[in-house]
Structure formats: C-alpha cells, structure tokens
Design a protein around this ligand. Structure first.
Ligand SMILES: Nc1ncnc2c1ncn2[C@@H]1O[C@H](COP(=O)(O)OP(=O)(O)OP(=O)(O)O)[C@@H](O)[C@H]1O
Ligand SMILES: [Mg+2]
Length: 502
C-alpha cells in the first residue's frame, strides 16, 4: 500500500516537558491505523500537531512523500486532513447544515446556494451511510448523530485522512456498529483513518496496524492480525492485566438513598423519569443498565441534588433532604462522578490542586477561619499525595486541569470524590475514556468503597462494567424501570432484552 502520511522525529514540548518525543508515525492510503497508549501518552497531542493546532518543537511531516509545514487547522483541511476531536466542537445552537458549511470557503460567490449545498451534503451522507437531519439543531440530536455530523463535515471539506479521537467512548452499541460500517466504507474508498481508543477488543477489530505510544514515545508498530490484547497491554503499560472477578454482596445494610415513585418530566422519553422507585443501601453497588439517554442523567442528578424531582419522594439516609441543593447533599457525604467532566466536574481554568480541594475549603486541614485563609502548603502536599495515589500524570499540581489529557482529568475528579469518603457515591460512566490500567484502578476503588460501607449508584452504558461490579442491577428504559435482577449470576439475555424495552 502506498504511503499517505509520514511524521518523522516529531517532538512536542510544553516547557521542559516532552508530550511527544522523536515520534515516527506512518499512515498508508486505505488503512485504519490506531494509536494506542495510556492516558497522557501523547496521542491527542501528536494528532493536534498533525492538524496544525500545535507546531512541533522538532521533526517533519510528509504527505504523499512531500514535506509540508502545517501551520493551522484550516491549512490541514486544505491538505485533506480532518479531525473529529475527543470533545466535539460543534456549535450547539446552530443546525446540522450550518455547522457543516461553517467556515467553508470554497465558494467564491458572496452568498451560499443553500439548495445546492444541501444536495451535495445529502449525496455524501448517503454514500457513506452518515444519516443526519440537516435542519435539526445540534442540541436536539443524539451524541452518535453529532459524531456523524463531525465526520460529514470533515468529508465535505475533502478529507482523505480522517482522525477519530476516541470516537466510540460515548456511543451506544448500535451507534458503534454503525460507525464501524462507516469506517469500512471510507476504507473501501481509499481513505485513511487514524483511530484512537482504549478498548482493546475494538482496536483489534477495526485496525490494520497499531502504533503504541508510551510516555510520549512511539514504542512499536504492529499488524493487528498478528497480535493479542495481552501483548498490547504489555507493550503499553509494561505488565499484563488479568480480568478481575469481584465478590458480590448479598446482605446490604440500611438504605442511604431511596426513590419512591419519583417522576421528572414524565412525558419526555429521553430526558424524563416516570414513577421510579429504587433504593441503594450501605455496602452495595446498585448498577443501572440501559442505553444512554433513557433517564440515567436525570436519575443521577436527582440523587445528587442537582435537580429536583417533580413528584414522588426522595429520602437520603431515611429522611427527606433538608436542602435540595448540591451543597446540602455534599454535607450528607454524597459524592458525584458526573457524566460530563468538563461541564460539571472540573473548572478547567483552575489548577489541579484547587480542583481537588474546592469542595472542602472550610476543612480545617486546608484553611483557617472557615475558608478565609487557605493553607497553601497543606493543599500542595495533599494534592501531591493524591497525584501519586491516583496516578494523575501532570507536570505539576499547580497546572490548569484543561491541559491534562482526557483520562487524567477524570482521575482528578475521582480523587476528589473518593477522598471525601462518601456514604453515597453516584458514579456516572466512571471509566469512560480511561486506559486499561486506570479503569482497573477505578473499579477496584469502587469495590473498596463499597466494602467500607459506602452505597454506590453506578450508572454506566458499558454493560460489561455493570455486570462485573453490581450487586443488584436495574434496567432503565425511557424513564421507567424495566426490571430488577441480582448481580450474582444475572440473566444476561433477559437484561439485554429489557434494555431494548422488550
Ligand atoms: N497545552 C498543554 N500544556 C501543557 N501540557 C500539555 C498540554 N497539552 C497536553 N499536555 C500534556 O501532554 C501529555 C499528553 O497529553 P495528551 O492529551 O496528548 O494524552 P493522550 O494520550 O491523548 O491521553 P488520553 O488517553 O487521556 O486522552 C499530558 O501529560 C498532558 O498533560
Ligand atoms: Mg487524548
């Protein structure tokens, strides 16, 4: 196969720190080439260099054998390189069509021929099976559809090389299958894809070749059909990981939270809850299984005091909560790992240390006079302890969290929420975007919290995760509970059907 792209000796430094060091990476026409590596290994940085968001500190890029200097994302687009970022970059208030043509300068005319453009985009979408509603607003469409818009946008701009940075992290199983078949069609057209994912099974399934990054360096490139997930894990983190088997609790304690006929926007199939009754007891993990967007977010937010139920009753440790606000719930030792870490979990402009303590500024460990005078040294020391304990990869705890890799941002939230020693832990997609080592750490930590008596409400779109961790399982579909199952020898077939509303 012909070489399309070659990155040669690429280094990218942030200050003294090497996010990429002397990386060589080559992509052939018509191949899916995966970048695999731990959180913070430098995958997104390397691709940001490729699309001109960053200038490399040293090294060269060749396209079709010709050296190029890519100085902006617009320039990358002109060269046929498109990227779908880890966090989508669509304008929510605009329609699908407006997002696709946004910033496209191909037309020399002062106005845009809307009809003509729509026709072109639709033809392209049929060709690759990228179904989208052009006139719908971005806020109104599912995550999977937003991703198709991003891909379509890149293809409409003439991408030959498409970079997909963790494209399946937030997709449902059906959407993931859809994406795989889109990738097949793109390959058949001779387009190349750089794929980034932490899911081993998936990486082996979609890739032709795999390049492993470790601490900023490219370790090796392998053919996907000549390797195994064990070998990949070994190369990536330097050790093998066996599948853990966790014990299941059958005798939980008193309830920490109860929902009695709780409803919220009952008529909304995808954003409501209808007459939900459930209970999480001390020392157990209740897993909520179900396809994303069936009321899980609302369930988590009510349980954390972020939104208030419209009818029914919520009891926290046997009592009606005194204040229906996050602060009141935090005082009752409720911790939340939210589904959107950027929106609800972290303040990106703040340092790691400030993010770690901002809920506990009145804690005597960190301040005098009820939060008026912060003990800077104590906060620094505490943060460095947590950095080591949770393996947060950063240059310094004084660094802004926005510059951390996706997985390491998640670890900051986890550290803060678990260290609060909660009585109730609400964990929404707690391992999304985490590498295999970190995923293992988080799951072990949840089991450990449970064994210490914490009640855990686990909401996850990862069915394997729910099965592995839960002592009891509830299936949510269109805001309603479809059934409850024991976590010990759960009837997998039956639960799958319930998840589909059957
Ligand atoms: N703008 C920046 N300033 C300082 N450091 C940065 C910046 N961008 C990235 N880094 C650092 O570079 C390293 C590599 O980050 P990168 O986002 O490339 O990792 P990744 O492999 O994509 O990880 P993940 O799987 O978690 O997404 C991290 O340690 C990160 O903190
Ligand atoms: Mg990344």
């Amino acid at each position: 196969m012909e070489e399309l792209l070659r990155m040669e000796g690429i280094s990218k430094q942030f200050g003294e720190f090497f996010a990429n060091r002397n990386v060589c990476f080559e992509v052939r026409a018509g191949e899916v080439h995966t970048l695999l590596g731990e959180n913070g290994a430098g995958k997104s940085t390397l691709m940001n260099v490729l699309v001109g968001l960053y200038q490399p500190t040293s090294g060269s890029i060749f396209l079709h054998g010709k050296k190029v200097k890519i100085d902006s994302p617009a320039h990358a687009v002109k060269l046929g390189i498109g990227m779908v970022h880890q966090h989508f970059m669509l304008v929510e208030a605009m329609t699908v069509f407006e997002n696709i043509i946004l910033g496209d300068r191909r037309s020399k005319k002062p106005f845009i021929d809307v009809k003509e453009r729509k026709k072109e985009i639709l033809e392209l979408s049929w060709k690759y099976g990228l179904n989208v509603e052009l006139d719908e607003k971005i806020t109104n469409i599912a995550v999977g559809a937003q991703q198709r818009v991003e891909i379509l946008k890149a293809l409409y701009r003439g991408a030959e090389l498409l970079i997909l940075d963790e494209p399946t992290a937030a997709l449902t199983d059906v959407e993931v299958e859809g994406l795989y078949s889109i990738i097949e069609k793109l390959k058949a057209e001779g387009k190349s894809i750089v794929f980034i994912s932490h899911k081993m099974r998936e990486v082996l399934h979609v890739s032709d070749r795999i390049t492993i990054l470790r601490a900023g360096e490219a370790i090796c490139t392998l053919d996907a059909d000549k390797t195994t997930s064990q070998e990949l894990a070994n190369l990536m983190i330097g050790r093998e990981l066996s599948e853990p088997i966790y014990s299941k609790v059958t005798q939980p304690g008193d309830p920490v939270i109860e929902f009695i006929n709780v409803s919220y926007k009952k008529s909304f199939k995808h954003g409501g809850l209808s007459e939900v009754s459930l209970r999480v007891a001390k020392g157990e993990i209740l897993g909520i299984a179900g396809v994303d967007g069936n009321g899980q977010s609302q369930l988590a937010q009510i349980a954390a005091g972020v939104i208030v139920n419209e009818s029914g009753e919520v009891k926290l440790k046997g009592k009606k909560p005194s204040t229906f606000a996050p602060r009141g719930f935090i005082d009752e030792r409720v911790s939340l790992i939210p589904e959107d870490r950027n929106l609800m979990g972290l303040v990106g402009d703040m340092s790691i240390e400030d993010n770690l303590v901002f809920k506990s500024t009145e804690d005597v460990r960190f301040s005098n006079f009820h939060g008026w005078l912060l003990k800077k040294n104590a906060i620094r020391q505490y943060s460095e302890e947590l950095r080591d304990k949770y393996d947060i990869r950063c240059q310094s705890v004084a660094q802004e969290t926005r510059n951390l890799s996706g997985g390491n941002q998640q670890k900051v939230i986890l550290a803060r929420e678990l260290e609060a020693e909660p009585d109730l832990l609400i964990a929404v997609h707690p391992t999304r975007g985490l590498d295999i080592g970190a995923t293992r750490y988080v799951r072990d930590s949840m089991i450990e919290a449970r064994d210490k008596g914490c009640g855990v409400l686990l909401i996850s779109a990862d069915f394997d995760e729910v099965l592995q961790l839960s002592d009891r399982i509830i299936v949510l579909f269109e805001g309603q509970i479809m059934g409850e199952y024991s976590g010990k020898n759960p009837p997998i077939q039956e639960i799958s059907l319930a998840m589909a509303g059957k």
